[in-house]
Structure formats: C-alpha cells, structure tokens
Design a protein around this ligand. Structure first.
Ligand SMILES: O=C([O-])C(=O)C[C@H](O)[C@@H](O)C(=O)[O-]
Ligand SMILES: [Mg+2]
Length: 418
C-alpha cells in the first residue's frame, strides 16, 4: 500500500497586474499555496489559495493525513472534515459568491484531492485524465480573459500590458493576447465602468473580432433591471452573460427575459445551490472551478448534474500557476459536457511559474498531457523564490477593495452598483 508519509504546504506570491473588477483592483502580488504530498518516492502536487485563514486550514488538514492510502479519497474528505471542524473562512472580495462551512471544506479538500490524484497517476503510470474516466479531447481550448486595468501599479512603471480603460484599450489588449496565445473566444471582466461603456467595449470587440464568441462578466455589479436592459442591448453579441446580478432570484428574473444564456460562478457555487437554481431557471451555464467545488471528481459530478438538467458547463479561473493549469486541463479533457473554452489568468502571470515546464497555450488551446499524474514537475528554485515573495510582500489576504481605496479614498465596493 502506498500511503502519505508527509505533506508540505508552501505559501507563495507572484506579481499580478492592476486588474480592475467589481471588488476593486488586484494588488501587486497574488497569493497561492503549493502542496507537496509525499508517498514512497513520489510527490503529488496541489495548488490552491494562499490567504492566511485558508493556509491555517491547509496546515490542520495536512497534519491529519499521515498514513492515508493514496487511493482513499473518501478517507481524505473524512479526515480533513474532522481536522478542520465546522468553520467558514470567507473571501473578502466575494467574487466567487457566498461562503459556507461546506464550501470552505470543499476548498481545503480540493487541493489535496488533486495531489492524491497526481500521486495515483504516477504510481500506476497513467495521466490524471485517465483516472477521471479518460480524455474526450486532446486539446483544451482556453479563452482570452480581458480586464480593464491601470497602466501599472501606482508608484511603479507601466507594465508590459499598459492601460486598458476604454474600448480601444480593451481591443488593443485583446489583440496582443490573441497574437500571443491564439485564443478563439474572449471574455471581458466588467462591472468596472457604467454598463453603457462596457457595452461599447463589447461592440468594439465584435467589430475587431467578428468571428470570436464574446462573454461579459460584471460580477453582480448590476441590478436585475439594469441587467435586463444590458442583455437586450447586447442581443446577438454574447455567447453568454456571466453573473450580471446577484442571487438566484435576481438571476432568474434576468434569465426570463435575456436573449442569451446566463452563466455563473457566483450564485451556484456549491451542490446545495443547484436545486433552487434549477427550480427557478436562474442560470443556463455553471462555471465549474475545482478549487472550490471540492476537487476534480466533484467538478465532474457537477458536470453530470448539469447535463441531467440541461445546463451547460464552463470553467472559472482566479490568478493561478502551472499546477492549477494542469489540473484544469485534465478535468476539461475528461469532461465531455465541458464544451466552452476555459477561463484562465495564465497570460497575466507573465511567464512566472512554479513548475519546470508549464503547459503551453498556443492556437488558443493546451495539449492534454499523457504523462503519468498531472504531468508537471515542481521547480524547487522557483518555489523558494516565490515563497520569499510571500514572506516579504506584506499581503496576507487578498483585498482588492482596500487596495483600490488607497489610491481612490472615495471608492466603495457596492454590488449592485448600477
Ligand atoms: O467571476 C469570475 O469570473 C472571477 O471571479 C474571476 C476572477 O476572480 C477575477 O474576477 C479576478 O481575479 O478579478
Ligand atoms: Mg465570473
């Protein structure tokens, strides 16, 4: 039997540009945590959030896993549930919806599940997608993820992307991202400017890229009435509209009148949300995210439920590095019903990574690895450097709102704002 003989949790930080959203603006450093789970001569990798409250739960979970059979994923959940108890550790930014104790547990279990699947795959010489039922595609398409952004962090030189604060800036950003990665679909993070300006940006994208599907995601910045108006004005322009407003009731009101499907990673964020969402018809597409749905198998389960109820499945992303990119790619590869291009923050991480050879996105897609496990190897030097960043960056909890208030003291986070 191959069992866990130790776990190392390393908090890391990597540079992040000043990306705007409905919570504020990204701080100069994004936080993550890298898990190394040791079994025999093997090491399984996981990647998750690096906020201080989450780190303390990861530590408690890690301490409970010695001797666990690497195939015992039920035992993994049970041990972690017993180790962390009933605790709710919400995000400050709220960009992935409400928090509950169940979601907190799912967020902790997820990174360990990925690491154990990586170990299982290595132990039997099979890729993680084989453990999830086998791949149904060789290439996983990702979408260009555009953000309104400042030229650079205040006090620092402009970054390589430059500013994007109007339709022309957004189109220019799309061009450089598409030139570099070949993306064949586009998502614009909205909820930053009044809706009319964001509609103009969508129109400009449509003119510049006539054949590419477009998505707009204001992270619940609009009331139902505003959402209905924007949906009417963007009729025929969007493949889906993501979280225009907050809550299952508000989304249902919008969905009843919107000409395009509504997607969410904010109002359906746990299994408990699904029955009401289906009953009300609140959403037509759910964005899976293994980091908070409980892992790769839980996300596959989510996709199966969505298929049963005729809902589409797409995939959500926060700032992440190469372990998460590999995990997302294996999941998307083995989920027949995940038919939309996957969100990723990869272009924003400007080549920084914690693995030796990150999966590459070219032609808008990543080739699914067929090597054992996740197919990525930890770069120990990079891990040490990124850990130093974490020690010195001074950020212990992602807080887009306070960071924006530092430069715009009158800024308040309001959802809905318009
Ligand atoms: O709703 C979404 O798609 C996200 O939450 C994605 C990211 O969190 C994004 O909004 C961000 O990091 O600002
Ligand atoms: Mg979203």
């Amino acid at each position: 039997m191959l069992s866990v003989r130790g776990v190392k949790v390393t908090p890391i930080a990597f540079p992040d540009p000043p990306l705007l959203n409905s919570a504020g603006v990204h701080e100069p450093w994004a936080l993550r945590a890298v898990l190394q789970v040791f079994a025999g001569d093997l090491v399984g990798l996981g990647e998750t959030y690096g906020d201080i409250a989450h780190l303390s739960l990861l530590g408690a979970a890690a301490a409970s896993l010695d001797g666990l059979d690497i195939y015992d994923l039920s035992g993994l959940s049970q041990r972690i549930a017993a180790a962390i108890g009933t605790v709710d550790a919400p995000d400050r930014h709220g960009l992935t919806g409400d928090s509950t104790a169940a979601k907190t547990l799912a967020r902790v279990v997820s990174a360990f599940e990925v690491a154990l699947l990586d170990l299982q795959g290595q132990a039997i010489g099979r890729p993680v997608h084989d453990l999830l039922g086998g791949k149904v595609r060789d290439r996983v398409p990702f979408s260009a993820y555009l953000f309104y952004k400042w030229a650079g962090h205040p006090g620092a030189s402009p970054d390589a992307w430059g500013p994007a604060l109007d339709p022309a800036g957004i189109v220019a950003q799309a061009r450089s991202m598409i030139d570099r990665y070949g993306f064949e679909s586009i998502k614009l993070k909205g909820g930053v400017f009044p809706p009319a300006e964001e509609i103009d940006a969508i129109r400009a994208l449509r003119d510049a890229f006539p054949s590419l599907p477009l998505r707009l995601d204001p992270n619940a910045a609009w009331t139902p009435a505003t959402s209905i108006k924007v949906a009417a004005e963007t009729s025929g322009l969007l493949e889906y509209l993501e979280d225009p407003t907050g809550g299952l009731a508000g989304m249902a009101e919008v969905a009843a009148l919107a000409p395009m499907p509504l997607a969410t990673n904010m109002c359906v964020v746990a299994f408990a949300d699904l029955p009401e969402a289906v009953r009300r018809g609140s959403v037509q597409i759910v964005l899976a995210d293994h980091h908070y749905w409980g892992g790769l198998r839980a996300s596959a389960e989510l996709a199966a439920i969505c298929r049963t109820w005729g809902l589409g499945v797409s995939m959500h992303s926060n700032s992440h590095l190469g372990i998460s990119l590999a995990a997302m790619t294996h999941l998307a590869a083995s989920t027949p019903f995940l038919t939309y291009a996957v969100d990723t923050h990869t272009p924003w991480q400007s080549g920084v990574d914690v693995v030796t050879a990150p999966l590459e996105i070219s032609g808008g897609a990543a080739t699914v690895p067929d090597t054992p496990g996740l197919g990525v190897t930890l770069d120990q030097d990079a891990l040490a450097r990124l850990h130093e960043n974490w020690l010195h960056c001074g950020i212990r909890e992602r807080d887009d709102t306070s960071y924006r208030q530092r430069f715009e003291p009158d800024y308040v986070k309001r959802r809905p704002r318009w």
